[in-house]
Design a protein around this ligand. Sequence first.
Ligand code: SAH
Length: 253
Amino acid sequence: MPPEPATPAAAVRIVLVEPSHPGNIGAAARAMKTMGFDELVLVRPERFPDPQAQWRAAGAEDVVDSARVVDDLDEAIADCGWVVGTSARARRVPWPVETAEQFAARLADEGLGGRPAAILFGRETSGLSNEELNRCNLHVVIPAHPDYSSLNLAMAVQVVCYELHKPMADAESHERRPESHWDRRLASAREMDGFYRHLEEVLVAIDFHDPEAPRQTLTRLRRLFNRVRADATEVAILRGVLKHVEQAIQRNP
Ligand code: SAH
């Protein structure tokens, strides 16, 4: 993963993965700004910058202008403590799912854990891939009609931002947000990624995992650890354990 970008404050970051229509980028920026959010990251947008993005942004051109364009998802989420994928569809390996409203209540209650939270939105045509959804701590769904539950991309951004804004708009609950009740920052997506790679190496070294016959074990382990919301120190301890396993193997090959 690339180096973490320096993010001064924990914030909510909206990440659009491979959006194809620039109009949706502008409309998403407007949706964000009306709810008080301004951090937009675009992963490989098909057409950007583009006049259509500016038109659809109306009064939110500043959000469009300051949008960060990146080449891969890792770069967009490296420093984030929460990585949340939005999806209207259920997956083969079920992941923890909350409605946008439930997730907003959770964030208002638990705070951001000292790191930005990334909310991922997928492609207009195909949504987020399974691999991208596996990177997430949680999936967020906007409850919609079962016959047709797929919202337009920018409208999905609007609904999620609205739900996140609701508890924050309540000044009292904002003040009560326990940003610092935990003694450590949440592990970042980059730290978790380093842990997963290390874990896989060790599982191969001890013949627990065969990379030639991958089953869903690694996906399930990823889901387990992503569910826990480990902090940076806990992940460092786990890495220390893995290192000692490696040293033990070296001593007794
Ligand atoms: N056809 C795609 C949906 C694309 S809609 C599919 O079947 O997956 C574009 C994006 O808007 C989705 O990737 C998701 O991020 C968001 N979105 C649309 N409807 C949603 C819903 N009901 N709940 C959560 N996110 C939704």
